[in-house]
Design a protein around this ligand. Structure first.
Ligand SMILES: Nc1ncnc2c1ncn2[C@@H]1O[C@H](COP(=O)(O)OP(=O)(O)OP(=O)(O)O)[C@@H](O)[C@H]1O
Ligand SMILES: O=c1[nH]c(=O)c2[nH+]cn([C@@H]3O[C@H](COP(=O)(O)O)[C@@H](O)[C@H]3O)c2[nH]1
Ligand SMILES: NC(=O)CC[C@H](N)C(=O)O
Ligand SMILES: [Mg+2]
Length: 520
């Protein structure tokens, strides 16, 4: 892979740095801060102090993490960070580390606290301002701060944790043993807001309008008078990326929609029509149905399928780019979670997503990735800001490999056709029930197996369809959607009745983890 550098949007003046000590959901901290209208980025905990200072953050947050701060080799921060005069909020491991570094006492607790826990606020003057004295919080720790460092007061306790929150108001150091960033701490965002607005002097300058202004300027700077191509799927990320790049450089942009033969019903036509209606952007329609399906012949292994599809995408983009004089850039709708997930180097690769991790060496295009630091809900807001049609902004995510990874096992035209019809019924019924925006994704999967049924007194031996519908905030975790029985019944009877080759419908009731959203 070549290292393709992408456009960097300047860091807003008002920003917060989250130092990541390896917590599971560090990105939730960043989300909460941004919900309070303050820009926030996550940096690895080993980031040099000079690097942090360069950003002039108004506050620093230490995340949780799996280590125990008293063990040799546990991650630490440069002691000088406590001399910067910047307010600090420590969360879980972050609190334990702060305690230890500043002279408090941390030990392995005798009782682990995990899950919902009652919290008694003993001092409601700073972080807990405006909140009740008795609160519910979400805990996940084995270590405990036994005594806070000099200068700190205890501000909250629980039944088994003597220091559940502490503060040194004079130095503006705060810490909580629980996790304010998770939804199970119902007023967690209030705590973060208090930190930002009471102690970091936040003004709340991070808005989507300001983002659009700055991103547009940055794209102009990066691209100059050259041309840009953009893979456009009709999905939220690529449509918004295209709209943003178009706002910046107009006709220098050409979008490429690839029909892989594994699209949903009428998708090719819909994307072209909706897109043409909404924007006046050059669009190349690449009909590559046979090319993709030929390459997939006999391939069963999911990762191999993904790689083949990903490579073909890139090859098509490259071919089209070569027909456009002066095309030097490829715009992509890469999002912050993609960057975080592929950047850490610690996490396992569960699935290869073709748009992350760079482009093959032979491709000389440079990347333009204006959404690189945004979460999906923010991208949707940017889309609205740019006047992208509602049905595109609120389209459910659809993976690049499309139906190819929802037909389990070998992909054939016949199986794709069956799945496409079943999927169309799912989408139609979910929309009719008014649930399309409420569920994160809802779709059909075609397993590589058959079962016996009886229809019109005749024995059948046909495919089942798996129905999958999940709720989620960012696809990192998900729960199966509790769809009404009547809706499940309607979908099931329509699929079996209308889709030839299917005689059974089952509902997937697995959350993520341990399942994933897609089956391959
Ligand atoms: N059929 C397609 N034609 C052209 N480009 C595509 C196609 N499918 C995917 N891509 C490219 O791959 C990228 C990754 O796809 P991905 O599904 O993650 O994003 P998206 O389709 O833009 O949004 P969403 O996640 O909401 O579906 C897209 O941003 C787009 O650039
Ligand atoms: O563009 C994509 N290319 C892919 O290869 C891919 N695989 C999964 N997805 C989407 O990512 C989210 C998480 O999916 P999983 O829980 O199945 O890993 C869900 O929203 C999936 O639909 C993909 N998107
Ligand atoms: N979630 C965390 O940050 C845990 C911190 C530390 N590893 C503990 O068990 O207490
Ligand atoms: Mg998509």
């Amino acid at each position: 892979m070549a290292s393709h550098k992408s456009a960097s949007i300047p860091i807003p003046d008002e920003n917060v740095v989250v130092l990541d000590f390896g917590a599971q959901y560090t990105q939730l901290i960043a989300r909460r801060v941004r919900e309070c209208k303050v820009y926030c980025e996550i940096l690895p905990c080993e980031t040099p102090l000079a690097e942090i200072q360069k950003r002039k953050p108004i506050g620093i947050i230490f995340s949780g993490g799996p280590s125990s701060c008293y063990e040799p080799g546990a991650p630490e921060v440069d002691m000088a960070i406590y001399e910067l005069g910047i307010p600090i909020l420590g969360i879980c491991y972050g609190m334990q580390l702060m305690s230890r570094q500043l002279g408090g006492k941390v030990r392995a607790g005798t009782q682990r606290e995990y899950g919902k826990t009652a919290l008694d606020v003993t001092d409601g003057s700073d972080l807990f301002k405006g909140l009740n004295r008795e609160l519910i919080c979400w805990m996940s720790h084995g270590d405990t701060v036994e005594a806070p460092p000099p200068g700190f007061k205890i501000t909250a306790v629980t039944a088994s944790t003597p220091v559940a929150a502490m503060a040194d108001t004079a130095r503006k150091f705060f810490a909580v043993q629980f996790h304010p960033e998770v939804v199970h701490t119902p007023w967690g965002t209030e705590i973060i807001r208090n930190f930002l607005y009471e102690f970091c002097a936040a003004k709340g300058e991070w808005t989507m309008a300001s983002f659009v202004r700055e991103a547009t300027e940055a794209i102009r700077q990066q691209v100059g008078d050259k041309k840009v191509v953009c893979g456009l799927s009709g999905g939220v990320d690529s449509v918004v990326a295209a709209a943003l790049v178009h706002r910046a450089i107009g006709d220098q942009l050409t979008c490429i929609f690839v029909n892989t033969g594994m699209m949903r019903k009428d998708e090719g036509t819909q994307v072209r029509e909706n897109f043409a209606r909404a924007f006046n952007i050059n669009l190349v329609y690449a009909d590559e149905k046979s090319r993709f399906l030929d390459k997939l012949k006999g391939v069963i292994e999911p990762e191999q399928k993904r790689k083949i599809i990903g490579n073909e995408f890139v090859a098509v983009f490259d071919e089209v780019a070569q027909t456009i004089e002066g095309a030097e850039f490829l715009a992509q709708g890469t999002l912050y979670p993609d960057v975080i997930e592929s950047g850490s180097g610690k996490a396992h690769t569960i699935k290869t997503h073709h748009n992350v991790g760079g482009l093959p060496e032979y491709m000389k295009l440079k990347l333009v990735e204006p959404l690189r630091y945004l979460f999906k809900d923010e991208v949707r807001k940017v889309g609205e800001e740019l006047g992208v049609p509602t049905e595109m902004v609120w389209r459910q995510p659809f993976p690049g490999p499309g139906l190819g990874i929802r037909v389990l096992g070998e992909v054939t035209r016949e199986k794709i056709d069956i799945l496409r019809e079943a999927d169309a019924i799912v989408v139609e019924e979910i929309k009719k029930a008014g649930l399309y925006r409420r569920v994160w994704q809802s779709f059909a999967v075609l397993p590589d197996t058959k079962s016996v049924g009886v229809m019109g007194d005749k024995r059948t031996y046909e495919y089942p369809i798996v129905l999958r519908a999940v709720s989620s905030e960012d696809a990192m975790t998900a729960d199966w959607a509790r769809l009404p029985y009547e809706l499940l019944e309607k979908i099931s009877s329509r699929i079996v009745g209308e889709v030839e080759g299917v005689n059974r419908v089952v509902y997937d009731i697995t959350s993520k983890p341990p399942g994933t959203i897609e089956w391959e």
